[in-house]
Design a protein around this ligand. Structure first.
Ligand code: ARG
Length: 457
């Protein structure tokens, strides 16, 4: 492509480090789409003949079909997807192919292609996340009143409902979708026509190409147009946060499905056995989902470091943006889909959860609240009295609601039998009706509200 000034071929190792076709061939559909828009615009602006543009566009469609059919042999000597496509176009249509690269450079070409690609992936990801939210909502609806222990410090804290716990993830995923949507909105400006870095002397119509490719507008600064990779960084940052959320749920699936917890069962569809230990049922999909955040957050770090300190405008360093982003988006897509599968698959073990919710003195706060409400004790005093009652129950190895009234009265004589009405996990969760609280009626309402929102989109 630049034979004019060169007389020798690159060193073998130069070709190897320089080539990106091994991975950027993924951008072929976007590259061809952008080239078709560019060619049409060049003709409309009178920069090339309509007949040439027609030949180029038809030829690009043929090349696209070849690539889709796996028939095009990519060449490493041609470096990247852009030159592979153009070179094949030349073979297919001859001379007019040489006019396609008028008023553009690979620098604005790659920025445009990659934006189109990221945009497609963001759209697919948004849909997949909505599917996952729906899976959580369905389970939450079915388990609005299923009681489990809520934890802080992974120590039993207060009883909560399983539906409430699941809806917490629906909230997180809602914010994730918001962040990805923000990234999409901000990236939607078209760099095509920025050319190498300075713009072009040809009378191109950047509004037209931007519009044809579904962008809101052309980018306003040609230097920024070719050197911006914020759109990848922002996508990877949002993807990392989303992967963190998935990893937290995955960790809970791993814990909950142990015999020690026994809160959920996963079917054969989402577990694997061991080649040596016949009793095993391992939650591999959850473990791998927990792990994927490593490569996703790693991709974000990787590109952040590549971009740090890069002078304007384009530098070849930026070619390193693609592999990590591809891997991160693939990994996130897998993790989201696997999580949706696990949410559907998991069977909550209501009896085990309820029994666990009643252990660990998790209704101690309810006892303290009763002392405040009925005996008008200051909360700090009530906390102290409750602590002594818990200690008494612990000494007798009894749960709170099985401790005798006499034993409680030994600590605080004014306690009456009415106290037992607040000591069960059922009463505890039923009382948590504050906005955003865990009461079954709240959960049913929130799940219904989410269902409505999700059905709309
Ligand atoms: N393969 C290159 C990349 O991904 C395309 C841009 C090349 N531009 C250049 N001036 N060599 O970044």
């Amino acid at each position: 492509m630049w034979g004019g000034r060169f007389s020798a071929s690159p060193a073998e190792i130069m070709e190897e480090i320089n080539a990106s076709i091994g991975f950027d061939k993924r951008l072929a559909p976007q590259d061809i789409r952008a080239s078709k828009a560019h060619a049409a615009m060049l003709a409309d602006a009178g920069i090339i003949d309509a007949a040439d543009a027609k030949a180029i566009i038809k030829g690009l469609d043929d090349v696209a079909a070849e690539i889709e059919g796996g028939k095009l042999q990519f060449s490493r000597a041609l470096e990247d997807v852009h030159m592979n496509v153009e070179s094949r176009l030349k073979e297919v249509i001859g001379t007019p192919a040489g006019r396609l690269h008028t008023a553009r450079s690979r620098n604005d070409q790659v920025a445009t292609d990659f934006k189109l690609y990221i945009r497609d992936r963001l759209d697919a990801l948004d849909e997949a996340l909505a599917v996952l939210q729906f899976a959580f909502v369905r389970k939450a609806e079915a388990h609005a009143g299923t009681i489990m222990p809520g934890f802080t410090h992974l120590q039993p804290a207060q009883p909560v409902t399983f539906g409430h716990h699941l809806l917490a993830y629906v909230e997180m995923l809602g914010r994730d979708r918001g962040r990805l949507a923000d990234a999409r909105a901000r990236l939607n400006e078209c760099p095509l026509g920025s050319a190498a870095l300075a713009g072009t002397s040809f009378p191109i119509d950047r509004q037209a190409t931007a519009k044809a490719l579904g962008f809101d507008k052309p980018t306003d600064n040609s230097l920024d147009g070719v050197s911006d990779r914020d759109f990848v960084l922002e996508t990877l940052a949002a993807a990392s946060i989303c992967a963190v959320h998935l990893s937290r749920f995955a960790e809970e699936v791993v814990l909950w499905s142990t015999p020690q917890f026994g809160f959920i069962k996963l079917s054969d569809k989402f577990t694997t056995g061991s080649s040596i230990m016949p009793q095993k049922r391992n939650p591999d999909a959850a473990e791998l989902t927990r792990a994927k955040v490593g490569r996703i957050a790693g991709a974000f770090q990787s590109l952040l470091i590549v971009m740090k300190g890069l002078p304007l405008a384009y530098s070849k360093d930026m070619q390193e943006d693609k592999e990590v982003a591809f891997d991160a988006l693939d990994s996130l897509g897998l993790a989201v889909a696997a999580t949706a599968g696990m949410v559907d698959d998991m069977q909550p073990q209501a009896d085990t959860m309820l029994a666990a919710a009643g252990s660990g003195y998790s209704t101690a706060t309810d006892l303290a609240d009763w002392l405040v409400r009925v005996l008008k004790m200051p909360f700090r005093d009530a906390h102290h009295v409750t602590g002594r009652i818990v200690a008494a129950a612990e000494a007798e190895k009894l749960p709170l609601d099985k401790l005798s009234l006499a034993a409680m009265q030994a600590v605080e004589p004014r306690i009456s039998a009415d106290v037992f009405s607040v000591l069960s996990p059922e009463n505890s969760v039923a009382s948590r009706v504050s906005h955003g609280g865990t009461a079954p009626q709240n959960v049913a309402k929130m799940a219904a509200a989410w269902r409505k929102r999700l059905e709309k989109t």
